[in-house]
Structures are given as C-alpha cells and as structure tokens.
Design a protein. Structure first.
Length: 107
C-alpha cells in the first residue's frame, strides 16, 4: 500500500524521513520528489509499505505528528482521476502516432 505524506518541511531530508518511518514498519520504497528547477523538495512524499495492516497503523501514528516543525498529513495515496477530456497518456499512444496531429505516419 502506498501512503501519501504531506506538509513536509522543504528543508527535511530523505534520511530524516527514513529515520521517522523505520521504527514503524518495513519501508519498501520512499519517493521524495524534488522540483526540477530549484532542486528543493516539494513538501510531500510517497511511502510504499507491503503489509496493508502495517501501512494503516503507520497512517494512524503519523497523521498530525509534528515533524521538523510542521504537522504531517498521512493518508492512503490515491491515483489521480483522469477525465475523458485529458487525452491518452503518452505511453499509451500507437506506435508512429504523432501526439500533436493525431494521425499516424505518412507513407
């Protein structure tokens, strides 16, 4: 199960997050994204914990906890809903299809 951690201080490090999470359960993966322009962290992270029961316990224990001067927001991560007007993701286009003109290759 993937957990969303929000309201993280921009100055917090990945090591600090691991130190916070490791006593609560086995962390399978931690994604702590940075801004491509500034290089600073974006203030949220995604944590994958294999066992759903452990993940729910981590959410319960971390939601509202003060971390680096800010109250954490911990919830189950949900996939973004894509409306019908948002088109097809680039990875799902047919081979040779031009994403800007919608047609296939010219012969």
């Amino acid at each position: 199960m993937t957990i969303y951690l929000g309201n993280i201080s921009y100055d917090s490090t990945e090591a600090q997050l691991y130190d916070l999470l490791s006593p609560l359960g086995a962390v399978f993966d931690l994604n702590y994204p940075t801004d491509s322009v500034t290089g600073k962290h974006r203030g949220y992270a995604f944590v994958m914990i294999v066992d759903r029961g452990t993940a729910n316990e981590v959410i319960r224990k971390l939601n509202g906890v003060d971390f680096d001067g800010r109250p954490l927001r911990a919830t189950e991560a949900k996939a973004k809903d894509r409306g019908p007007d948002q088109g097809i993701p680039a990875g799902f286009r047919k081979m040779g299809e031009n994403p800007f003109h919608g047609g296939g290759r010219r012969r």
